[in-house]
Design a protein around this ligand. Sequence first.
Ligand code: NAP
Ligand code: GLV
Length: 306
Amino acid sequence: MSLLVCVTRRDNTKLLAKLRSLLPDVEINEWPHCSALDRVRFVLAWGAPDDLWPQLPNLEVVQSYGAGVDGIAMTLLPAHVVVTRIVDKQLAADMAEYVLTHVLAHKLRLRQYFTQQIQHSWKPKRAHQGMKVGIMGLGELGKVVAERLIANDFRVSGWSATPKSLPGISCYSAAAQLSEFLSELDYLVCLLPLTEQTQGILNRHVFEQLPNHCVLINVARGRHVNEEDLLWALDNGELAGASLDVFSQEPIDATHPFWSHPLITVTPHCAALTSIDTACEQIAANYVALINNEQIDNQVDRARGY
Ligand code: NAP
Ligand code: GLV
């Protein structure tokens, strides 16, 4: 029995050292250096190629090296395989700090003042007054982001797949309540998982239902956004700005229009980064649970895709 690490496009030296220190007696290989694929029962995956899965006849658990599981081709996995992910208080706190910072940066016109500084231009203006933030996705991250915004006097509403009742949050759910949720927002934050239902959800139809002064903050996945529609909305006064941390292709191409758009702030998928230490503790615990035939933590619902 062995554990395979298939975390692509990054240096995994520290990750492997930490895992090996927590699981000293376990055979741990790093893809593609694994000669006995039939011994692999547990895979730690991030950006794993689709053709990996059919090569693992004894696979039982796939653990995402992050909160999102959209990079794992679940339709290619046998039905009995458990898919799990990282759920981490610090990750949620980092996300809340990122979102609060970007909401405040737009509210206080920081982007405008950075440009004015370059131009040596002195033009004070009152901060934007809007305090209504809508969060798409009220899961592990959305709920913590909401709490942080409420603690900073914002009025928070949230939209989820199933109905919820959460203290201090006006809750909406499902397609039937999306228009009502969108109609009065000053800031729209996307914290949805990427699924068949949510891909492309941030599109012209949604932008047209938001007030024109609304600012989009997308910290979920790039493929939630229809990029052409976003550029249309910003260029036609349907949206006032966007902070984007995630993109359909990462890193974005050097010629991508988002880099130089005056109303877009780009960050390099850094809103909430997985901590090697916390993640490895959860991975090791799940590996031990598998060996002992115990419950695997933080499982996702494969039918829902999140
Ligand atoms: P989560 O706990 O799975 O929560 C997902 C939320 O989205 C739930 O409230 C769910 O509703 C809602 N939802 C799912 N499908 C929906 C639909 N079709 N319509 C309406 N609501 C829907 O996810 P999480 O841990 O909060 O993470 C969210 C995402 O953040 C991740 O999937 C990942 O893509 C992204 N992320 C980004 C970064 C970054 O650095 N930028 C870091 C970590 C994570 P129900 O509660 O009713 O099921
Ligand atoms: C990062 O994007 C994650 O899903 O953890």
